[in-house]
Each structure stands twice: as structure tokens, then as C-alpha cells.
Design a protein around this ligand. Structure first.
Ligand code: UDP
Length: 412
């Protein structure tokens, strides 16, 4: 079912809207620091306006930063489907895939697309923040007189050598590199590095509090059956999110506790691999899809994602690699217990056994056992969920993220 057209929002977000949700003093600190940067401008460049965590963050971030007094622009790299095939390959190889290799034509397409965009896009701001590998080459072709920062959201600690040999000369031209957690810093890279965790917007449609009425309306609009409890994973269909593994965990859970599994998925414009994995998963999960035990639900409507995260008994994130995993933060904020792999940026978010569970993604029985325990013990699930929400309030709301960027700009 596709998203229904909803009335357009009637007002733009203001920082003041976050007063009650952010930790005490956060807003005053933002205004004070933004004031010291009055007149400065910043631009963010990524590769898509929606789909994926970066676009999700920028969508609120640019408005709120501007409201705080720092003019903040957002540009989206223009590329052909071929270009995004190449950059998806970079995404996979930089995260370690050694099976893939690049042709000289592919490298050329990458350079050409970056150079073309650099020729017409205005990137003359005081601070230029480039997100992820797709636009990393802009630094080579645009006028570069101010600080340029590469915000790398993926794990590049053990890249495919051919991919890295191509990428490193671009990366070395940046004044600073930002990664999502300590595990991603690279001692062998001659660029100053710093950690900034991503964040969520607590009043976006994806995360806003909903009444029981609204929840029920949306569940019925999208025909989500509620006669049994369900567990969910919300993710693009991506090999690193391990949808096959999620299904295997579900098979184990199902023998001990009757429940459904919901895959909430979307397709982002810069990820052509999604459609192929979706088709493969449809075939693998066929008997479950037919019996209605497993549902593939298109998550284009943020309110639907909100509702599924809120109403799942357990939220899974069984990634084998994960830069950070905003979906985890989102579910934690909704007070749900998350069972997620102990990889990449995930342990930055979850304190094991306190605000969620960290698991070995290859230990399918172990993962299933924790899911079953949470399904059977609602008191435990609620307690873990309450701790999770508090942890997000303290560390992973957008207001903290703004402060990190303001500090970065002040330091540059
Ligand atoms: N998302 C969504 N609908 C979906 C799947 C994902 O809106 O069907 C959103 C999700 O809520 C989150 C983002 O896309 O905000 C994914 O970010 P994450 O960091 O988890 O993963 P990424 O896709 O960036 O690797």
C-alpha cells in the first residue's frame, strides 16, 4: 500500500519546540554558540533528499541551524543511475567487500560526476560538510579556500585496497574527518579525526508521540494485523543489514513464541542494490509471506515507521556492519527494547542489558533466545525500553548534534 497524501504541515520547526524534550540548558547553549558564529554560513552535501539516515538528519538540521542564526544550506549531488551503481560499489568496498573491483571507466564516471557538480553548484560557504563517499571528490574540483569537512557515516577501517587507493587522495584534502564512533577512527590516515554521533529529531513525523487513536488509525490504514505480537526490522534491503539472517532468527523465535515478523523497508535513490535484494528475499520468505507470518511493508510514510517501531514488541537490527543505525535510536526513543548486533556504531548507543541488548550477529540461536525472553517478559521489555528512551534524550537528540557542529565550526 502506498502512502496516503496527507495535509501539508502548517508550520516550520523552531528550536523553541524542543524546550521540553531536550536536556536542560541545551537550547541556551545552542543560541549562545550560534551567536558567536553570527554571519557564518555552512553547506551540507550528500547524495539523496530522502531514504537513509543522512537525508533524515539533514531534513531537520538545516532548518534548526538556520533558526539558531547560522545560515545552513543543503545541496544534493546530481548523478545518473550508472553513477549510483558505482557509488554503491564504493559503499560496499570501502566497508570491506573484497570480491568487487572497479574498471577505469567507473573511476572516470565518479570523477566526471563530481567535477560536473563542482562546476555549477555554489559551495562557497564558510564551512563545507561533505557526507559519505559519493560527493567526496568535490574537494578536488571546487574552489577550496575555506575548511572542508568529510563526514563519513560508514566503516572504512578495513577497506578493499583498490577502492581505498582511489579514495584516499580525495580524503587527504579535507581539513577534518568526522566519524560516528571511536571504532571508526583510522590512526594510519593523515587527516585530523573527530567523533560526532548522529541524532534523531524527536518531533519529526518519524518520532513524534502519537495517541492510541492515531496509532490504531494508521495500523488499520496500512492493514497491519494486530491479532499477534510482532517483531520488526526497519531497513533498506542491504546486504550489511542481513535480512536473510533476520528471517533465520525469526524461524527460531517462532518455534518458541508465536509472533509475526515485519520487515519495514524503503528504496533510496542512491541504492540500486535494494530492488535486487528485495526480489531475492521475496523468494526466500515466500512460504511465510503466503501464510502472513512475515510482512514486507513499504516504509515510505514516516508515520507508519513511527507506528511500527512503537508497537513492535521487540525491534531487531541484525546488521553485520553498521555506521550507527538511526533506526535503533528511533526505536529506543519510543521506549522499545532493541536487540542489535554488537558491531560498528551500535554499541555507542546501547548499553548491553540496560538500554537494549547487544548480540553477536552470527549467533542466531543467541539472538533468538533474547528476543523470546523479551516477548515473554513484558516488564523487562518495558524497563529496558524506558532506559533506552532516557539514553537517547541525553545523547542522541538533534539538539546535541547541533551543539557538536557549532563546536566544530568554532574550532575550525
Ligand atoms: N527508513 C524509513 N523507512 C524504511 C526504512 C528506513 O523511513 O522503510 C529510515 C529510518 O527510519 C532511518 C533511516 O531511514 O531514519 C535509516 O537510517 P540508518 O542509519 O538506520 O541506516 P542507513 O540506511 O543510513 O544505512
Amino acid at each position: 500500500m502506498t502512502a496516503m497524501t496527507r495535509p501539508a504541515p502548517t508550520k516550520f520547526k523552531r528550536l523553541a519546540d524542543y524546550q521540553e524534550l531536550a536536556p536542560e540548558g541545551a537550547l541556551d547553549e545552542i543560541f549562545e554558540k550560534a551567536d558567536r558564529l553570527k554571519g557564518a554560513s555552512m553547506v551540507h552535501v550528500n547524495a539523496t533528499t530522502f531514504g537513509g539516515g543522512v537525508a533524515e538528519i539533514l531534513d531537520s538540521f538545516v532548518l534548526l541551524m538556520t533558526d539558531a542564526g547560522v545560515r545552513t544550506d543543503w545541496r544534493v549531488l546530481h548523478g545518473t543511475p550508472d553513477f549510483f551503481e558505482v557509488t554503491k560499489k564504493f559503499h560496499n568496498t570501502l566497508q570491506g567487500d573484497r570480491e568487487l573491483s572497479f574498471s577505469e571507466e567507473e573511476f572516470e564516471l565518479f570523477r566526471f560526476t563530481n567535477e560536473k557538480f563542482a562546476r555549477f553548484a555554489d559551495l562557497s560557504h564558510d564551512f563545507v560538510i561533505i557526507h559519505d563517499p559519493q560527493p567526496v571528490g568535490l574537494v578536488e574540483y571546487a574552489l577550496h579556500t575555506r575548511p572542508w569537512v568529510w563526514r563519513c557515516h560508514i566503516d572504512i577501517t578495513d577497506p578493499n585496497p583498490q577502492a581505498w587507493e582511489f579514495m584516499e587522495p580525495f580524503v587527504l584534502q579535507y581539513e577534518r574527518m568526522i566519524v560516528s564512533s571511536e571504532a571508526y577512527q583510522r590512526a594510519d590516515l593523515a587527516v585530523p579525526q573527530q567523533i560526532i554521533s548522529p541524532s534523531i529529531d524527536p518531533i519529526s513525523a518519524k518520532n513524534v508521540e502519537l495517541s492510541q487513536d492515531q496509532v490504531e488509525r494508521i495500523l488499520s490504514q496500512y492493514e497491519i494485523p494486530t491479532d499477534k505480537p510482532y517483531i520488526a526490522q526497519v531497513s533498506r534491503f542491504d546486504p550489511w543489514k542481513d535480512p536473510e539472517g533476520v528471517l533465520k532468527v525469526y524461524e527460531r523465535v517462532k518455534t518458541q513464541a508465536d509472533c509475526r515478523l515485519i520487515f519495514v523497508y524503503n528504496m533510496s535513490a542512491d541504492d540500486p542494490e535494494g530492488a535486487r535484494i528485495y526480489e531475492r528475499m521475496k523468494a526466500t520468505a515466500k512460504p511465510y509471506l503466503e501464510s502472513g507470518d512475515v510482512l514486507f511493508v513499504r516504509g515510505d510514510d514516516p508515520l507508519l515507521v513511527n507506528v511500527i517501531q512503537r508497537t513492535s514488541k521487540v525491534v531487531l537490527q541484525k546488521s553485520t556492519r553498521e555506521g550507527f543505525g538511526l533506526v535503533i535510536t528511533e526505536a529506543m526513543w519510543k521506549g522499545r527494547p532493541v536487540v542489535a548486533s554488537n558491531v560498528g556504531g551500535i554499541p555507542t548507543q546501547i548499553v548491553d542489558g540496560e538500554s537494549g541488548y547487544l548480540v553477536d550477529p552470527y549467533d542466531l540461536d543467541g539472538v533468538a533466545e533474547i528476543v523470546v525472553r523479551l516477548l515473554e517478559d513484558e516488564t523487562l521489555a518495558d524497563e529496558i525500553g524506558a532506559n533506552a528512551r532516557e539514553r537517547v534524550r541525553e545523547r542522541f537528540l538533534i539538539t546535541r548534534h547541533m551543539l557538536d557542529y557549532l563546536d566544530l565550526m568554532l574550532s575550525l
